[in-house]
Design a protein around this ligand. Sequence first.
Ligand code: SAM
Length: 281
Amino acid sequence: MAQIDDLPPLREVIAAHGLDAKKSLGQNFLLDLNLTSRIARTAGDLTGHTVLEIGPGPGGLTRALLANGARKVVAIEKDTRCLAALAEIAAHYPGRLEVIEGDALDIDPVAATGGGPVKIAANLPYNVGTQLLLNWITVADWPPFWSSLTLMFQKEVGSRIVAKQGDKAYGRLGVLAGWRSHAAMAFDLSPKAFTPPPKVTSTVVHVTPRQAPAPCDLAALEKVTAAAFGQRRKMLRSSLKTLGGDTEALLGKADIKPTARAEEIDVDGFVRLANTYSATV
Ligand code: SAM
């Protein structure tokens, strides 16, 4: 195992602090600092950056982010049992680790980090991962407060995030991510990499913001993608009926074939559809 700092091995940390993994908190820990260092490196040059980490747990990724040069790590953790272990890391890197106890869904990331440049890196709890990603991708101010997201997901979720028109996994998540960002899978991790092992393969997704995404009404984009992919096997002239109004006219104005299915429409097409829809309601 890589010696990235003089702190004790993570197995010892877990034993010393009684951090038995809780399923309800999505706790699948990474204990191999080689792997957490690989995730930290995927986030790019951390020097001069504040890194926001969600769910540091016993601190394997936290330690890698700090060892890889993050100016500061702000880590939000819901499980109070982890705080003492994280305090030991903070003592080892004076002034560079701030731990916020709480639920990441309730905490304003901009206020927590004090503004940019911020990189977000996390082995996300599976039950809130997609919602957190959507929160970051749909923030009102754009370009956003973050300059990259380096995030662990179940591979199936990762596939949906990076999916493009025509891909089996293409849907609402791929459209929203594709509208505002470039997303790519960096590498996979087998269940064996985690303690305890989850049932499925995981993947690290790296996301960077588009500097000038096409202007689009987010609420309308959410609505048209929900309608289109809600009945993905149907032609749009049929699936979009749930939006009300004249579906054929809407598709015509947006320059989309009424016989097309959702998976055939690229992100630009959905943006046109959303903007046309919001102009008509
Ligand atoms: N980063 C550690 C690692 O890689 O070993 C732990 C990752 S584990 C998959 C997810 C972590 O997120 C756990 O420490 C869990 O307690 C924490 N967590 C779960 N739900 C959370 C929430 N809503 N807000 C903040 N942290 C949460």
